[in-house]
Ligand binder design. Structure first.
Ligand SMILES: [Zn+2]
Length: 127
């Protein structure tokens, strides 16, 4: 089985020969040759057998949250959110959802915080 990069913007499908696995303090991993993101691996071999590496199944699909605050003409800020999510099917497909205005805030930081908490709720609900 090939490895698949967990970076939602990359999702490269990599033959085992294309990646170099390495052992670090946090355990086995490989770095995607395309995007350089660290991908976790685990050793699934029986005790005493040679190392056999597999990608752990993630309970949450890879995703990326982009929360921003858009300045409005009246000096307030609209909370905006983009969520990119890999599809359940393994492969290089992702869906993007976006919200232009989740609410209007006096402060840019508040707008961003609101967008982020909205994203957290959303991801938990669909997980
Ligand atoms: Zn990658």
């Amino acid at each position: 089985m090939p490895f698949i990069c967990e970076n939602v913007e990359c999702r490269a499908v990599l033959a085992r020969g294309q990646v170099r696995s390495s052992y670090e303090d946090d355990g086995w991993c490989f770095y995607c040759p395309d995007c350089k993101v660290r991908n976790e691996l685990k050793d699934i071999s029986a005790p005493g057998s040679p190392v056999e590496l597999a990608q752990p199944e993630k309970s949450v699909l890879p995703h990326k949250v982009i929360a921003t605050a858009r300045p409005l003409d009246d000096g307030r800020y609209a909370a905006q959110l983009r969520v990119q999510r890999a599809l359940g099917v393994r492969g290089t497909y992702a869906v993007e959802e976006h919200w232009e205005q989740l609410g209007v805030f006096l402060d840019a930081q508040e707008a961003i915080a609101h967008a982020k908490s909205f994203a957290t709720d959303l991801l938990e609900r669909k997980a």
